[in-house]
Design a protein around this ligand. Structure first.
Ligand SMILES: [Zn+2]
Length: 428
């Protein structure tokens, strides 16, 4: 994401170095702040489909077992994101006893477990995360002094949030009616009502200064869904997908087509028929003016990467050969960029693509390949995020279990994959 103003970033390396020395007995005052002198480029990336938060200097990520960890680039150290001395993390259990003696487990596992759902991010000297289903919590960097700073409206539990200056964008998709009821303290609460034939998908914008919210996008369709929310400059981009028809049989039988003529198809044939009827549209929301508009429709459902001034679409249908199509988007019009046959695309300061087993850094204006490196197979590192001097990804081991991993961009482009660091290899 691109920020217009210089952002204050924290130095977590100090914290981590002090943690290493004293293990879990560190004090919280080791956290220091420093104003970043870096220019206004991309400062952080949240990876679609994961809860992880990446910056050049550190990553807040979840292990395969759902525990929040922090990896610090400067010290190459990795630890559980919990600052309670002596905490045993998973064994932590908080029970509340009511006046009449009824015990209720209110927390299972410490904050490293608690902050395990939805997007977590560091903004200035605060940590922000969503507490299920829709409360946005702000805390200090140790997860303490928590307060609810916004509640995303009750359209449905929020799937993901994106922060932009003093606003939060949250997206949702639901098949159910949402009904308002009276909650515990007479406050409104919401429950699910009837299941509907079509899904509703939308995006809410919450102003963090006054807590006011508005719905900036809402659609109702078969299999309606929102994907790839990305802020670039002062625009929010996203992909909306839907289907021409309902897939589920009314009796709830999973994955059976509604169409009589499809009933004898193999699973593969059925999925292909299904995908042919799934569509994707690209939207551009101007954060300042509030205008939202569709800039492209009629696309096959697939993966989208929004970069600066262009976006890449990679169809999900196997028959399309995984070919990525790049579109130059000027804010008014788009055109297809020819000559790119990339099977995977990432956005860094330049476009990064995978082409015939080779990663290429490409000047998207000229098409010139600036850097190239063979895709390594030992260790088999695959990138997920490029952000300035850092590259985060995964490693496929012998049993094909992926593990969070880090390599510096310099080592990556020099092919020094022996320097890949496994981030959560200490987890039991
Ligand atoms: Zn803990």
């Amino acid at each position: 994401m691109k920020r217009r103003r210089v952002f204050v970033l924290l130095s977590l390396s100090m914290l981590l170095i002090s943690c290493k020395k004293k293990d879990d007995k560190q004090t919280t005052d080791a956290v220091t702040m420093e104003a970043s002198s870096a220019n206004e480029g991309e400062k952080f990336v949240t990876q679609w489909g994961s809860d992880d938060f990446y910056t050049e200097d550190f990553a807040l990520y979840h292990t395969d077992h759902g525990r929040l960890q922090i990896f610090d680039v400067a010290s190459k150290s990795d630890r559980v994101f919990c600052f309670d001395p002596g905490c045993e993390h998973d064994k932590y259990r908080k029970v509340e006893v009511s006046p009449d003696g009824i015990e209720t487990v209110v927390e299972e596992g410490c904050m490293a477990r608690n902050i395990s759902s939805y997007t977590v991010m560091v903004q200035g000297d605060h940590l922000c995360f969503v507490k299920y289903p829709r409360d946005v919590i702000q805390s200090d960097l140790q997860g303490k002094n928590r307060k609810v700073i916004a509640t995303i409206p009750p359209y449905s539990p929020v799937q993901r949030i994106i922060y932009y200056k003093d606003a939060i964008f949250g997206d949702y998709s639901t098949s159910y009616e949402i009904l308002e009821i009276e909650g515990e303290n007479g406050e409104p609460d919401w429950i699910y009502g009837e299941m509907k034939e079509k899904d509703t998908a939308g995006i809410a914008r919450v102003n963090l200064n006054d807590g006011m919210s508005s719905e900036i996008f809402k659609r109702e369709d078969y299999s309606a869904g929102l994907y790839y929310l990305t802020v670039r400059g002062t625009h929010l981009y996203f992909a909306y997908t839907y289907s021409e028809m309902q897939y589920m049989a009314p009796d709830g039988q999973m994955w059976r087509p509604m169409q009589e003529e499809w009933k004898d198809l193999s699973v593969e044939e059925y999925l292909e028929e299904r995908e042919k009827r799934c569509w994707m549209e690209i939207y551009d929301y101007d954060i300042d003016s509030g205008e939202v508009r569709c800039v492209m429709n009629g696309l096959r459902r697939g993966r989208v990467v929004f970069c600066n001034g262009f976006f890449a679409v990679q169809p999900g249908l196997p028959g399309d050969g995984n070919k990525t199509t790049l579109y130059r988007y000027t804010g008014e019009a788009f055109r297809e960029l020819e000559g790119f046959t990339l099977s995977q695309v990432y956005c860094d300061r330049h476009l990064v693509g995978l082409c015939d087993g080779e990663y290429q850094m490409i000047d998207e204006d000229t098409g010139e390949v600036l850097k190239r490196v063979r895709n390594p197979d030992n260790p088999c590192f695959y990138p997920k995020v490029f952000i300035g001097k850092s590259c985060y990804g995964g490693v496929a081991g012998e049993d094909w279990i992926s593990t969070s991993a880090y390599i510096s961009s310099e080592d990556f482009w020099n092919g020094k994959f022996e320097n890949v660091i496994l981030m959560n290899d200490k987890e039991k």
